[in-house]
Design a protein around this ligand. Structure first.
Ligand code: EPU
Length: 351
């Protein structure tokens, strides 16, 4: 296992932000991951898990403890059953499933980060969420001190949430198992209107599998949501805030605020989110609160391609980023009475 001291963490994150770790370990097998976690827990040393670093905001002071980079490999396809090691690069794994003619995760192409991170926040885009194809997650349970296999139901998935996110100190994902579908070269039904439009199909129809993958990559690319080291719009964590889910009372109050601010004809995006609940769009709220694309004059700004991505223009600090995030949260709350919640995990800092 590789071991470094006083190791910079910023290069391991897509924001390229944050101070060093006292110690940085890189584990390439499940046994190494488990051994490193056990050792840290036995010694009472704080532990930070790092996968693809695409959902991490690390404080400028860094991390006083052991940072463990999960760099395990393993892509195993058996019929329509797929098993991925936590360290596999997610978007590469998606490309391989599509090349193998299997449907179910093609809408999740281009999402940065590692396979092991996908169940944690139930990664989703373009009408798919990993919760609809994951069958089991193999994880090391730090409370029980043993490796456990959790069924889909036990993972308690919901919008950008799961058991793993609920108990961030408890589970270390080692393997993720999926059940894909052989739809004879077609995708899963396309559920996202924007993607269906771009593909020229009706929402709910299937489309050629690889066309869905490439269309999603193009849509994501246009929003600055595909990593590109030369494009500062992608020095981000993708969506910085989750889309707010409002109960009926809060939603009525929200509609009142929208009319008050934007006029009687104004319509906010609204998606059903279960009985008595409506999901609206954080990107829209940010935009209409006055934080339009490219907002900001400092080294941390809103992406020029999508208002939901906060970005590092090259020489930002984490404090710069957090100052911008706080300004956005306060501005949206003042304008619409809705409090945005950050999607990325923060380390040593709070919003
Ligand atoms: N909008 C604006 N201004 C913008 C961009 C968007 O007003 O600059 C409005 C548009 O009116 C649009 C609405 O916001 O109708 C929603 O935008 P979009 O379709 O891009 O989706 P999103 O809700 O902002 C979510 C996910 C993304 C995922 C896309 C596509 C969350 C927090 N974000 O974004 O996931 O790629 O849908 O499915 O659920 C991520 O989680 O990191 C992520 C990128």
């Amino acid at each position: 296992m590789q071991e470094l001291h006083d190791a910079p963490l910023a290069p391991l994150t897509t924001f390229r932000l944050g101070g060093p770790a006292t110690r940085l370990l890189t584990a390439t097998t499940d046994d190494e991951v488990v051994a490193a976690v056990r050792a840290a827990d036995t010694a009472g040393t704080p532990l930070l898990l790092i996968g693809g670093g695409s959902n991490l905001v690390i404080g400028d002071k860094g991390f006083d403890g052991t940072a463990l980079r999960i760099a395990t490999t393993g892509f195993r396809l058996d019929g329509t059953a797929l098993e991925l090691a936590a360290g596999e690069v997610w978007t590469d794994a998606v490309a391989r499933t599509v090349a193998a003619g299997l449907a179910g995760v093609e809408g999740l192409a281009g999402i940065p980060g590692s396979a092991g991170a996908t169940p944690v926040q139930n990664v989703g885009a373009y009408g798919q969420e990993v919760s609809s194809t994951i069958t089991e997650v193999v994880a090391y349970d730090r409370h029980r001190g043993e490796t456990v296999t959790l069924t889909n139901a036990e993972c308690a998935f919901s919008y950008r949430h799961s058991l793993f996110k609920e108990h961030p100190e408890r589970y270390v994902v080692l393997r993720v198992r999926f059940r894909l579908e052989d739809a004879q070269g077609l995708s899963a039904p396309v559920r996202y209107a924007e993607a269906a439009r771009a593909l020229g199909v009706e929402t709910g129809d299937r489309a050629p599998l690889d066309a869905v993958r490439t269309t999603v990559l193009a849509l994501r690319g246009g929003k600055g949501m595909v990593l590109d080291a030369d494009d500062h719009d992608t020095w981000s964590a993708g969506s910085f805030f989750t889309n707010p889910i409002l109960d009926d009372t809060a939603y009525e109050a929200f509609l009142g605020r929208v009319r008050e601010r934007l006029g009687d004809g104004a319509v906010a995006p609204a998606y059903p989110a279960g009985e008595g609940r409506t999901k609206t769009s954080a990107a829209w709220l940010i935009d209409r609160a006055g934080f339009t694309k490219g907002y900001g004059s400092g080294p941390a700004r809103i992406s020029t391609k999508h208002t939901l991505a906060l970005t590092n223009r090259g020489n930002a600090t984490t404090e710069d980023l957090l100052a911008l995030a706080r300004e956005v949260v306060e501005g949206v709350r003042a304008a619409f009475g809705v409090t945005l919640v950050n999607e990325p995990v923060t380390v040593g800092v709070d919003l």
